[in-house]
Design a protein around this ligand. Structure first.
Ligand SMILES: NC(=O)c1ccc[n+]([C@@H]2O[C@H](COP(=O)([O-])OP(=O)(O)OC[C@H]3O[C@@H](n4cnc5c(N)ncnc54)[C@H](O)[C@@H]3O)[C@@H](O)[C@H]2O)c1
Length: 311
Protein backbone atom coordinates (compact mmCIF):
# COMPACT_ATOMS: atom_id res chain seq x y z
CA UNK A 1 0.00 0.00 0.00
CA UNK A 2 1.23 3.51 -0.83
CA UNK A 3 2.22 5.84 2.00
CA UNK A 4 -1.06 7.49 3.04
CA UNK A 5 0.27 9.28 6.11
CA UNK A 6 -0.44 12.55 4.29
CA UNK A 7 -3.86 13.01 2.68
CA UNK A 8 -5.81 15.69 0.85
CA UNK A 9 -9.45 16.71 0.86
CA UNK A 10 -10.79 18.64 -2.14
CA UNK A 11 -14.05 20.42 -1.41
CA UNK A 12 -14.72 20.78 2.32
CA UNK A 13 -18.47 21.25 2.66
CA UNK A 14 -20.77 18.80 4.47
CA UNK A 15 -18.85 15.70 3.34
CA UNK A 16 -15.30 16.99 2.91
CA UNK A 17 -15.11 18.54 6.39
CA UNK A 18 -16.27 15.26 7.90
CA UNK A 19 -13.67 13.25 5.94
CA UNK A 20 -10.97 15.72 7.02
CA UNK A 21 -11.93 15.19 10.67
CA UNK A 22 -11.72 11.41 10.29
CA UNK A 23 -8.41 11.47 8.39
CA UNK A 24 -6.92 13.62 11.19
CA UNK A 25 -8.34 11.31 13.86
CA UNK A 26 -6.62 8.36 12.16
CA UNK A 27 -3.21 9.98 12.74
CA UNK A 28 -2.78 11.44 9.25
CA UNK A 29 -2.13 15.00 8.14
CA UNK A 30 -4.66 16.61 5.81
CA UNK A 31 -4.28 19.31 3.16
CA UNK A 32 -7.57 21.00 2.27
CA UNK A 33 -8.66 23.00 -0.77
CA UNK A 34 -12.05 24.70 -0.87
CA UNK A 35 -12.51 28.06 -2.64
CA UNK A 36 -15.32 29.28 -0.34
CA UNK A 37 -14.06 32.41 1.47
CA UNK A 38 -15.12 31.23 4.94
CA UNK A 39 -14.07 27.61 4.42
CA UNK A 40 -11.16 27.42 6.88
CA UNK A 41 -13.22 28.71 9.81
CA UNK A 42 -16.14 26.43 8.98
CA UNK A 43 -13.91 23.36 8.64
CA UNK A 44 -12.08 24.09 11.92
CA UNK A 45 -15.40 24.54 13.73
CA UNK A 46 -16.74 21.31 12.22
CA UNK A 47 -13.64 19.38 13.27
CA UNK A 48 -13.84 20.68 16.83
CA UNK A 49 -17.41 19.46 17.11
CA UNK A 50 -16.72 16.14 15.35
CA UNK A 51 -13.63 15.50 17.52
CA UNK A 52 -15.72 15.23 20.68
CA UNK A 53 -18.00 12.65 19.04
CA UNK A 54 -15.10 10.70 17.56
CA UNK A 55 -13.33 10.71 20.94
CA UNK A 56 -16.46 9.25 22.54
CA UNK A 57 -16.25 6.50 19.93
CA UNK A 58 -12.55 5.89 20.67
CA UNK A 59 -11.47 7.01 17.21
CA UNK A 60 -9.04 9.82 18.06
CA UNK A 61 -6.26 8.02 19.99
CA UNK A 62 -3.85 8.28 17.03
CA UNK A 63 -4.98 11.73 15.92
CA UNK A 64 -3.93 15.37 16.18
CA UNK A 65 -6.51 17.93 14.98
CA UNK A 66 -3.82 20.55 14.38
CA UNK A 67 -2.24 18.59 11.49
CA UNK A 68 -4.44 20.31 8.93
CA UNK A 69 -3.38 22.87 6.32
CA UNK A 70 -5.44 25.02 3.97
CA UNK A 71 -4.38 25.71 0.38
CA UNK A 72 -5.30 28.06 -2.40
CA UNK A 73 -5.48 25.51 -5.22
CA UNK A 74 -6.33 21.84 -5.70
CA UNK A 75 -2.91 21.27 -7.31
CA UNK A 76 -1.12 22.65 -4.24
CA UNK A 77 -3.30 20.64 -1.83
CA UNK A 78 -2.61 17.26 -3.46
CA UNK A 79 1.16 17.71 -3.51
CA UNK A 80 2.76 14.77 -1.70
CA UNK A 81 -0.59 13.28 -0.63
CA UNK A 82 -0.92 9.48 -0.81
CA UNK A 83 -4.72 9.48 -0.63
CA UNK A 84 -7.01 12.21 -1.94
CA UNK A 85 -10.74 12.35 -1.23
CA UNK A 86 -12.65 14.52 -3.72
CA UNK A 87 -15.88 16.14 -2.44
CA UNK A 88 -16.49 19.06 -4.78
CA UNK A 89 -20.09 19.87 -5.80
CA UNK A 90 -22.01 17.12 -7.59
CA UNK A 91 -21.71 18.66 -11.05
CA UNK A 92 -19.74 16.87 -13.76
CA UNK A 93 -17.94 19.97 -15.14
CA UNK A 94 -16.72 20.86 -11.62
CA UNK A 95 -15.50 17.31 -11.01
CA UNK A 96 -13.79 17.18 -14.44
CA UNK A 97 -12.11 20.57 -13.92
CA UNK A 98 -10.78 19.40 -10.55
CA UNK A 99 -9.33 16.18 -11.99
CA UNK A 100 -7.71 18.09 -14.87
CA UNK A 101 -6.01 20.42 -12.38
CA UNK A 102 -4.54 17.67 -10.21
CA UNK A 103 -3.70 14.87 -12.64
CA UNK A 104 -0.21 16.06 -13.63
CA UNK A 105 0.93 16.85 -10.08
CA UNK A 106 -0.21 13.73 -8.23
CA UNK A 107 2.36 11.52 -6.54
CA UNK A 108 2.81 8.40 -8.73
CA UNK A 109 1.32 6.02 -6.11
CA UNK A 110 -1.47 8.37 -4.99
CA UNK A 111 -5.09 7.17 -5.04
CA UNK A 112 -7.91 9.63 -5.74
CA UNK A 113 -11.39 8.68 -4.51
CA UNK A 114 -14.60 10.54 -5.31
CA UNK A 115 -17.45 10.88 -2.80
CA UNK A 116 -19.97 11.36 -5.63
CA UNK A 117 -23.47 10.10 -4.79
CA UNK A 118 -25.16 10.43 -8.16
CA UNK A 119 -22.49 10.69 -10.84
CA UNK A 120 -21.12 7.37 -12.02
CA UNK A 121 -17.49 6.30 -12.16
CA UNK A 122 -17.61 6.19 -15.98
CA UNK A 123 -18.94 9.75 -16.21
CA UNK A 124 -16.22 11.03 -13.90
CA UNK A 125 -13.43 9.10 -15.66
CA UNK A 126 -14.10 11.38 -18.65
CA UNK A 127 -12.27 14.14 -16.75
CA UNK A 128 -8.97 12.21 -16.70
CA UNK A 129 -6.38 11.57 -19.42
CA UNK A 130 -5.74 8.30 -17.56
CA UNK A 131 -8.10 7.40 -14.70
CA UNK A 132 -5.94 4.45 -13.59
CA UNK A 133 -5.62 5.66 -10.00
CA UNK A 134 -9.14 7.04 -9.61
CA UNK A 135 -11.97 5.20 -7.81
CA UNK A 136 -15.37 5.82 -6.38
CA UNK A 137 -15.27 6.06 -2.57
CA UNK A 138 -18.86 6.96 -1.71
CA UNK A 139 -19.52 7.56 2.01
CA UNK A 140 -22.71 7.89 4.00
CA UNK A 141 -23.25 11.20 5.73
CA UNK A 142 -21.53 11.96 8.04
CA UNK A 143 -18.44 9.95 7.00
CA UNK A 144 -16.78 10.40 10.41
CA UNK A 145 -19.72 8.60 12.04
CA UNK A 146 -21.26 6.14 9.56
CA UNK A 147 -18.90 3.27 8.66
CA UNK A 148 -20.02 2.46 5.10
CA UNK A 149 -17.97 3.37 2.02
CA UNK A 150 -18.95 2.04 -1.43
CA UNK A 151 -15.81 1.45 -3.51
CA UNK A 152 -15.73 0.94 -7.26
CA UNK A 153 -13.18 0.67 -10.03
CA UNK A 154 -13.51 -0.76 -13.53
CA UNK A 155 -11.41 -1.96 -16.47
CA UNK A 156 -9.72 1.47 -16.69
CA UNK A 157 -8.59 1.26 -13.05
CA UNK A 158 -5.03 -0.02 -12.47
CA UNK A 159 -4.54 -3.35 -10.73
CA UNK A 160 -4.41 -3.00 -6.96
CA UNK A 161 -5.93 0.50 -6.77
CA UNK A 162 -9.38 -0.59 -5.59
CA UNK A 163 -7.68 -2.86 -3.04
CA UNK A 164 -5.44 0.06 -1.98
CA UNK A 165 -8.48 2.27 -1.40
CA UNK A 166 -10.18 -0.50 0.56
CA UNK A 167 -7.07 -0.95 2.73
CA UNK A 168 -6.93 2.79 3.40
CA UNK A 169 -10.61 2.92 4.39
CA UNK A 170 -10.23 -0.17 6.60
CA UNK A 171 -7.31 1.50 8.36
CA UNK A 172 -9.44 4.52 9.27
CA UNK A 173 -12.21 2.27 10.58
CA UNK A 174 -14.58 2.17 7.62
CA UNK A 175 -16.60 -0.80 6.36
CA UNK A 176 -16.33 -1.07 2.57
CA UNK A 177 -18.39 -2.80 -0.04
CA UNK A 178 -17.38 -3.32 -3.68
CA UNK A 179 -19.74 -1.97 -6.35
CA UNK A 180 -19.28 -4.26 -9.36
CA UNK A 181 -21.49 -2.61 -11.93
CA UNK A 182 -22.36 0.99 -12.71
CA UNK A 183 -25.91 1.93 -11.63
CA UNK A 184 -27.37 5.30 -10.57
CA UNK A 185 -27.19 5.66 -6.79
CA UNK A 186 -24.68 2.80 -6.30
CA UNK A 187 -26.06 0.31 -3.69
CA UNK A 188 -27.03 1.88 -0.36
CA UNK A 189 -28.90 4.87 -1.79
CA UNK A 190 -30.96 2.53 -3.96
CA UNK A 191 -31.88 0.53 -0.85
CA UNK A 192 -32.89 3.74 0.93
CA UNK A 193 -34.87 4.86 -2.10
CA UNK A 194 -36.76 1.55 -2.23
CA UNK A 195 -37.77 1.74 1.43
CA UNK A 196 -38.69 5.45 1.30
CA UNK A 197 -40.80 4.86 -1.80
CA UNK A 198 -42.98 2.39 0.09
CA UNK A 199 -43.00 4.62 3.22
CA UNK A 200 -44.47 7.41 1.09
CA UNK A 201 -46.92 5.03 -0.53
CA UNK A 202 -48.19 3.88 2.88
CA UNK A 203 -48.70 7.50 3.99
CA UNK A 204 -50.28 8.51 0.70
CA UNK A 205 -52.75 5.64 0.76
CA UNK A 206 -53.76 6.36 4.37
CA UNK A 207 -52.37 3.15 5.90
CA UNK A 208 -50.39 4.98 8.61
CA UNK A 209 -49.15 8.46 9.53
CA UNK A 210 -45.67 9.77 8.73
CA UNK A 211 -44.76 9.41 12.41
CA UNK A 212 -46.00 5.83 12.65
CA UNK A 213 -44.32 4.74 9.40
CA UNK A 214 -41.04 6.19 10.69
CA UNK A 215 -41.56 4.50 14.06
CA UNK A 216 -42.34 1.17 12.35
CA UNK A 217 -38.94 1.41 10.72
CA UNK A 218 -36.73 2.64 13.58
CA UNK A 219 -38.32 0.44 16.27
CA UNK A 220 -38.57 -2.60 13.99
CA UNK A 221 -36.58 -3.56 10.90
CA UNK A 222 -34.22 -0.57 11.23
CA UNK A 223 -32.88 -1.81 14.55
CA UNK A 224 -32.38 -5.32 13.20
CA UNK A 225 -30.70 -3.94 10.07
CA UNK A 226 -28.10 -2.16 12.23
CA UNK A 227 -27.13 -5.66 13.37
CA UNK A 228 -27.35 -7.62 10.09
CA UNK A 229 -28.52 -7.22 6.51
CA UNK A 230 -31.96 -8.35 5.29
CA UNK A 231 -30.93 -11.59 3.59
CA UNK A 232 -28.89 -12.75 6.59
CA UNK A 233 -31.80 -11.92 8.87
CA UNK A 234 -34.37 -13.73 6.76
CA UNK A 235 -32.01 -16.72 6.81
CA UNK A 236 -32.72 -16.77 10.55
CA UNK A 237 -36.47 -16.52 10.09
CA UNK A 238 -37.38 -20.17 9.51
CA UNK A 239 -35.37 -22.06 12.11
CA UNK A 240 -32.84 -24.74 11.23
CA UNK A 241 -33.91 -24.82 7.57
CA UNK A 242 -32.26 -21.45 7.10
CA UNK A 243 -32.80 -19.28 4.05
CA UNK A 244 -34.00 -22.14 1.83
CA UNK A 245 -36.83 -22.91 4.23
CA UNK A 246 -37.65 -19.22 4.62
CA UNK A 247 -37.92 -18.74 0.85
CA UNK A 248 -40.04 -21.91 0.54
CA UNK A 249 -42.45 -20.76 3.26
CA UNK A 250 -42.76 -17.17 2.10
CA UNK A 251 -42.55 -17.30 -1.70
CA UNK A 252 -46.22 -16.47 -2.28
CA UNK A 253 -46.30 -13.97 0.59
CA UNK A 254 -43.38 -11.88 -0.68
CA UNK A 255 -44.36 -12.12 -4.33
CA UNK A 256 -47.84 -10.89 -3.36
CA UNK A 257 -46.45 -8.00 -1.30
CA UNK A 258 -44.06 -7.00 -4.07
CA UNK A 259 -46.91 -6.92 -6.56
CA UNK A 260 -48.82 -4.62 -4.21
CA UNK A 261 -46.02 -2.11 -3.41
CA UNK A 262 -46.51 1.46 -4.55
CA UNK A 263 -44.52 3.43 -7.10
CA UNK A 264 -45.08 7.08 -6.12
CA UNK A 265 -43.01 9.94 -7.47
CA UNK A 266 -42.09 13.01 -5.44
CA UNK A 267 -44.40 15.89 -6.34
CA UNK A 268 -44.95 19.21 -4.54
CA UNK A 269 -48.25 17.82 -3.19
CA UNK A 270 -46.63 14.71 -1.72
CA UNK A 271 -43.79 16.78 -0.29
CA UNK A 272 -46.38 18.93 1.53
CA UNK A 273 -48.09 15.84 2.97
CA UNK A 274 -44.73 14.59 4.25
CA UNK A 275 -43.72 17.98 5.68
CA UNK A 276 -47.06 18.33 7.50
CA UNK A 277 -46.84 14.75 8.76
CA UNK A 278 -43.30 15.23 10.03
CA UNK A 279 -44.25 18.45 11.83
CA UNK A 280 -47.06 16.60 13.56
CA UNK A 281 -44.81 13.65 14.45
CA UNK A 282 -41.95 15.75 15.87
CA UNK A 283 -43.97 18.55 17.45
CA UNK A 284 -42.21 20.94 15.09
CA UNK A 285 -38.78 20.30 16.67
CA UNK A 286 -36.03 22.32 14.94
CA UNK A 287 -33.74 20.49 12.51
CA UNK A 288 -30.71 21.04 14.81
CA UNK A 289 -32.49 19.31 17.71
CA UNK A 290 -33.47 16.34 15.57
CA UNK A 291 -29.93 16.11 14.17
CA UNK A 292 -28.47 16.13 17.70
CA UNK A 293 -30.90 13.37 18.73
CA UNK A 294 -29.98 11.34 15.64
CA UNK A 295 -26.23 11.70 16.28
CA UNK A 296 -26.55 10.77 19.97
CA UNK A 297 -28.45 7.59 19.06
CA UNK A 298 -26.01 6.68 16.27
CA UNK A 299 -23.06 7.11 18.64
CA UNK A 300 -24.80 4.93 21.24
CA UNK A 301 -25.49 2.20 18.67
CA UNK A 302 -21.92 2.38 17.36
CA UNK A 303 -20.53 2.08 20.89
CA UNK A 304 -22.73 -0.94 21.56
CA UNK A 305 -21.58 -2.59 18.32
CA UNK A 306 -17.89 -1.76 18.71
CA UNK A 307 -15.61 -4.76 18.37
CA UNK A 308 -18.36 -6.95 16.94
CA UNK A 309 -18.10 -8.32 13.41
CA UNK A 310 -19.83 -6.11 10.82
CA UNK A 311 -21.07 -9.10 8.77
N1 LIG B 1 -24.42 15.48 1.49
C1 LIG B 1 -24.52 14.17 1.49
O1 LIG B 1 -25.35 13.58 2.18
C2 LIG B 1 -23.57 13.34 0.65
C3 LIG B 1 -23.39 11.98 1.00
C4 LIG B 1 -22.45 11.22 0.27
C5 LIG B 1 -21.76 11.81 -0.79
N2 LIG B 1 -21.98 13.13 -1.11
C6 LIG B 1 -21.21 13.68 -2.23
O2 LIG B 1 -20.15 14.49 -1.72
C7 LIG B 1 -19.84 15.51 -2.66
C8 LIG B 1 -19.90 16.87 -1.94
O3 LIG B 1 -21.21 17.03 -1.43
P1 LIG B 1 -21.51 17.96 -0.16
O4 LIG B 1 -22.86 17.55 0.32
O5 LIG B 1 -20.37 17.97 0.77
O6 LIG B 1 -21.65 19.38 -0.89
P2 LIG B 1 -21.38 20.83 -0.26
O7 LIG B 1 -22.05 21.79 -1.18
O8 LIG B 1 -21.71 20.84 1.19
O9 LIG B 1 -19.79 20.99 -0.40
C9 LIG B 1 -19.13 21.21 -1.61
C10 LIG B 1 -17.92 22.08 -1.30
O10 LIG B 1 -17.12 22.18 -2.45
C11 LIG B 1 -16.63 23.50 -2.52
N3 LIG B 1 -16.22 23.77 -3.90
C12 LIG B 1 -16.93 24.38 -4.89
N4 LIG B 1 -16.19 24.40 -6.02
C13 LIG B 1 -15.01 23.75 -5.73
C14 LIG B 1 -13.85 23.47 -6.47
N5 LIG B 1 -13.74 23.80 -7.75
N6 LIG B 1 -12.82 22.82 -5.85
C15 LIG B 1 -12.91 22.47 -4.53
N7 LIG B 1 -14.01 22.73 -3.79
C16 LIG B 1 -15.04 23.36 -4.39
C17 LIG B 1 -17.75 24.38 -2.01
O11 LIG B 1 -17.24 25.63 -1.54
C18 LIG B 1 -18.30 23.51 -0.87
O12 LIG B 1 -17.69 23.80 0.37
C19 LIG B 1 -20.86 15.40 -3.80
O13 LIG B 1 -20.29 14.69 -4.86
C20 LIG B 1 -21.98 14.59 -3.15
O14 LIG B 1 -22.72 13.83 -4.07
C21 LIG B 1 -22.84 13.91 -0.41
Amino acid sequence: MADTSHTAVLGAGVIGASWAALFLASGRSVAVFDPAPDSEGAVRAYIEQAWATMTELGLTARGDPSRISFHTSAAEAVEGAGFIQENVPERLPVKHATFAKIESVLAPEAIVASSASGLTLGQMQGGWSDPARFVLGHPFNPPHLIPLVEVMGNERTAAGVVEGAEAFYADIGKVTIRVQKEVPGHVANRLQAAVWREAIHLVQSGVASVGDVDKAMSAGPGLRWAAMGPTTLFGLGAGAGGLTAFCDHFTDTFNGWWDDLGTPHLTPEITQVLVDGLREATGGAPVEDLAARRDAKIVAIQKALRGRPSD
